[in-house]
Ligand binder design. Structure first.
Ligand code: PLP
Length: 465
């Protein structure tokens, strides 16, 4: 299987190179050159596989000869052994809906499904092909812990995560700083999340420094993350269809960077019988407006009770755009240039029709999010986290929708308490965090302070080779 860039500027690369590249060297996003097709008979055959066995069948053609099948199977087993539920992503019936619980991983958020796998793939490829990887990232609190959990204790990998000191919730802070593995560096900077992002960006822009210290990003655009997320769409279908190839399934997806729902779109293109995918956003509704008007225009980010979805420019959107314009990199480049020039992009009437076939979208504000948490709890005794509640509220008129549950409610205790006046019982991974030992380095919010820290703690390539 070869991968190419949405912008057409990357010579076709194999799976291993695509994973190590992350973002395309031309600034575009990588996609498989062709999509394996899953016919009705195969769908039926796969419908009673375990999550891990299904993952192996689905991933094997994408990975092809980059990783032998037996090794891929080992990576998958190891990645999902850290989940606390035997089904990995179980379904729960809640009222008229199905809740697909994606939060049984080590940090109680759906990003674990992808990042546990990605961490193991990185370690495997670095051990086999040589090299090292120092992951540098900034977090506002929501995603840093899943990235850390994905690579803790792994050979040839270190991770440095900047978070704004005193500005992330106590649980989120402890989820990061209680990880004591020697390869994990938590940096609390005396500043804001924006300062952290600015610093990381500046260091990545210093290409010489980036190369010398093997710096890499762990963001939602890595193809391996999308690949891992395709699995649970097929898995949910298998559980509900009982192998009937005529069975059509509908999903509602709480959406921020468009990675999760794009995996659903890939599943559909591979042949899974999915109805129009429902994009659920909070007040940051750029995608909902795009589906309604065919015009993609960013506004200012507004803080909400579902912070992991407080995003205006969705980083995976370009992947969908590529398919929308007929897999034509020149057309993608033209639309992006328009976006750069005017702050918005407009698709044609024909593309709007295709868009409306693929997706519907609804934006949900904080009041309705809280109402949904309260209503689901009062009627069914089930506690939704605020992100999942956005999806359930968006799907309220669609019976039997599968609503993706992207975080455990105990992770967003403040919103849950506001809605129902009580806390959700924490899962094992969130228990006792406040009593655990922590390790964290405080730094000034300056590029120079972080650069100095990297020089002092990481080995530069020239010292070695
Ligand atoms: C990241 C995240 C989302 C959004 O997923 P995208 O792939 O960015 O669309 C939703 N809910 C939670 C809890 C998340 O952490």
């Amino acid at each position: 299987m070869k991968y190419l860039s949405t912008r057409g500027g990357v010579a076709p690369v194999g799976f291993a190179e695509a994973v190590m590249m992350g973002l395309g060297t031309d600034g575009g996003l990588l996609l498989p050159a062709t999509l394996p097709q899953v016919g009705p008979d195969t769908l039926g055959d796969w419908s009673d596989l375990s999550f891990q066995d299904l993952a192996l069948e689905l991933m094997a053609p994408f990975v092809a000869d980059a990783i032998p099948r037996a090794d891929l199977e080992g990576l998958i087993r190891r990645s999902y052994a850290t989940f606390s539920h035997p089904e990995v992503t179980p379904l729960a019936r809640v009222g008229d809906h199905w809740i697909l619980e994606l939060f049984h991983g080590p940090t109680a958020a759906f990003k674990d499904v992808a990042l546990q796998f990605l961490g193991n793939v990185f370690e495997y490829l670095l051990a086999r092909d040589g090299g090292r990887l120092n992951i540098l990232g900034a977090t506002s609190g929501d995603t840093g812990s899943a990235a850390i959990a994905g690579v803790r204790g792994k050979e040839r990998i270190r991770i440095l995560i900047l978070h704004p000191a005193g500005r992330v919730s106590p649980i989120q802070e402890r989820q990061m700083t209680t990880v004591l593995d020697a390869n994990v560096h938590n940096l609390a900077i005396r500043g804001t999340f924006d300062d952290g992002q600015r610093i990381v960006k500046a260091l990545f822009n210093d290409l010489d420094f980036k190369r010398r210290y093997h710096l890499g990003a762990i963001n939602s655009i890595n193809w391996a993350r999308i690949l891992a997320q395709i699995v649970y769409y097929f898995y949910a279908w298998g559980r509900l269809s009982r192998g009937d190839p005529e069975y059509r399934i509908g999903f509602a997806v709480p959406t921020g960077n468009f990675g999760d729902i794009f995996a659903g779109y890939m599943a559909k293109r591979m042949g899974l019988p999915i109805e129009r995918l429902l994009i659920a956003t909070n007040r940051n509704d750029i995608l909902a407006r795009f589906v309604a008007e065919g015009r993609y225009a960013a506004g200012a980010v507004q803080p909400t009770l579902s912070p992991a979805m407080d995003i205006q420019i969705a980083s995976n959107f370009e992947r969908y755009l590529y398919y929308l314009v007929g897999e034509d990199p020149a057309a993608v480049r033209a639309l992006l240039a328009e976006m750069n020039r005017t702050g918005c992009l407009q698709v044609t009437a024909e593309q709007r029709a295709a868009l409306a076939d693929d997706f519907e979208a609804r934006a949900v504000d904080d009041t309705r999010t809280l109402d949904q948490i309260r209503e689901t709890y009062e009627r069914h005794g089930y506690i939704l986290d605020p992100h999942t509640a956005v999806g359930v509220q968006a799907a309220r008129r669609h019976a039997d929708r599968v609503c993706l549950a992207t975080a455990h409610p105990a992770k967003f205790d403040e919103a849950v308490r506001q809605a129902i006046g009580a806390s959700a019982p924490p899962p094992p991974c969130l228990r006792g965090l406040l009593e655990k030992e922590t390790r964290c380095t405080r730094l000034d919010a300056s590029e120079e302070a972080v650069r100095e820290y990297i020089r002092a703690t990481l080995t530069a390539s020239n010292d070695h080779e």
